[in-house]
Design a protein around this ligand. Structure first.
Ligand code: SF4
Ligand code: SF4
Length: 394
């Protein structure tokens, strides 16, 4: 029997040069010597699609070899990056002309730099995007994590993506071991939802079916920030996996604690994927109540249950024939209930995954955590980067 191909995400490092306000990963880096090797990458199965992420993946100087190995496993590789290492990104795209690049930009200049905590972060990220456009690299996009501080920049950034002829992806705040965060929460839900509503109407106005389906994704985002159950089931762990810098294979990146199905350093893929432990994790996630709405878990669900977004798109495209504003956030009952005072902000907060008292699991190995006894994560990564620059004569 032919086995179904999986979608994989390879977290090549937990080191990051940024200081984002919604993610503490930069404080909890992996130890460089422990990070996933080519030998482990070789053990991955054939896949439909691979996303390479971090931390900041371009911190790894051997990323090039990792990408070469991944291309033996799949035709489509996309790297998610904060766009800071322009030269490294350009060099990689020159070498792999089909490579997808997704740069996260968290708002217009001032907002982005505040959220990202990098002084020149916007100019670096945007500069990288413009370089990629100049070299006509075909698969480039950018995306933002919508939150109170940047919601007003959402539509302007979408318009910028159109000017550059690029894809524009959205996400919102999540809490998980992967983000080393438990306290993320949207405070002013109607204001944020209102900006998403404007984006949805812009997307529906376009002539691109891909954008119409993105409109549906954003409709689900409003539902998510109001703490409601997902619009589509989450089948992570059945046809999707994440592998972390230590070779631990996990179902997704949305769980509160790290959920490990097996370790690819010590096992082979078949043994790991079909193991009792993998089954235990799958069963555990059958009852998962985290309600994440991230593209990694939503995109496969949109394909699988295509009639749900398909009907939604059809309905709203019909409406667009007669109205300039075919979508309203108040189509969501929960938005109406909140507007009408039938549910309070406190009640909505309780539906979120925000937990001010939770102990954060960072998913680090003992050795990676041990180095944090003596120095802060930021110091360790800064020193790594200084050493890299010195060895490259910069
Ligand atoms: S969100 Fe990304 S760029 Fe920001 S600190 Fe986390 S890993 Fe780094
Ligand atoms: S909702 Fe899905 S992606 Fe989120 S933690 Fe649960 S299984 Fe993972």
């Amino acid at each position: 029997m032919k086995r179904k191909k999986l979608n994989g995400t390879v977290i090549v490092t937990y080191r990051c040069n940024a200081r984002c306000s919604m993610c503490n990963r930069y404080k909890a880096p992996s130890k460089a010597e422990e990070e996933i090797t080519i030998e482990t990458i070789k053990k991955l199965p054939q896949m439909n699609f691979v996303n390479v992420t971090g931390g900041e993946p371009f911190i790894r100087l051997d990323l090039d070899e990792i990408i070469a190995e991944l291309y033996k496993k799949t035709n489509r590789v996309v790297i998610s990056t904060n766009g800071f290492f322009t030269d490294r990104i350009i060099a990689m795209c020159e070498k792999y002309p089909k490579l997808g690049i997704r740069i996260s930009i968290e708002g217009l200049e001032e907002t982005n730099n505040q959220i990202r905590g990098l002084q020149d972060g916007f100019n670096k990220g945007y500069g990288t995007l413009k370089e990629l456009v100049k070299m006509k690299h075909p698969d480039v996009g950018f995306g933002m994590t919508i939150q109170d501080r940047n919601a007003n920049d959402l539509v302007p950034l979408y318009k910028l993506s159109n000017e550059l002829g690029m894809e524009f992806a959205t996400a919102s705040l999540h809490n998980s071991f992967y983000f080393v965060e438990t306290k993320n929460i949207i405070k002013n839900r109607p204001m944020v939802a209102n900006n998403i509503e404007i984006l949805i109407n812009e997307l529906l106005k376009s002539n691109s079916p891909k954008k119409w389906f993105r409109a549906y994704f954003n409709h689900g985002l409003i539902n998510y920030i109001y703490g409601q159950n997902r619009l589509l089931p989450c089948d992570m762990s059945k046809d999707t996996f994440f592998i972390d810098p230590y070779g631990d294979v996990m179902p997704c990146n949305g769980t509160k604690d790290k959920e490990v199905m097996g370790n690819l350093v010590h096992q082979n893929w078949e043994e790991l994927w079909n193991s009792k432990q993998a089954e235990i994790i799958r069963e555990k996630l059958e009852c998962c109540d985290r309600k994440c709405w991230m593209i990694g878990s939503v995109s496969p669900a949109m394909y699988k249950y295509i009639w749900v977004p398909g009907l939604w798109v059809l309905k709203h495209k019909m409406r667009a024939l007669f109205s300039k504003r075919p979508y309203s956030m108040y189509e969501n009952k929960i938005c109406r209930d909140f507007r009408d005072g039938k549910i309070s902000k406190d009640d909505l907060d309780k539906c979120s995954t925000c937990d001010m008292c939770a102990i954060t699991n960072d998913g680090l190995s003992d050795a990676s955590r041990e180095q944090l006894i003596y120095r802060a994560g930021e110091e360790i990564v800064d020193e790594d980067l200084n050493n890299q620059m010195r060895s490259q004569g910069k």
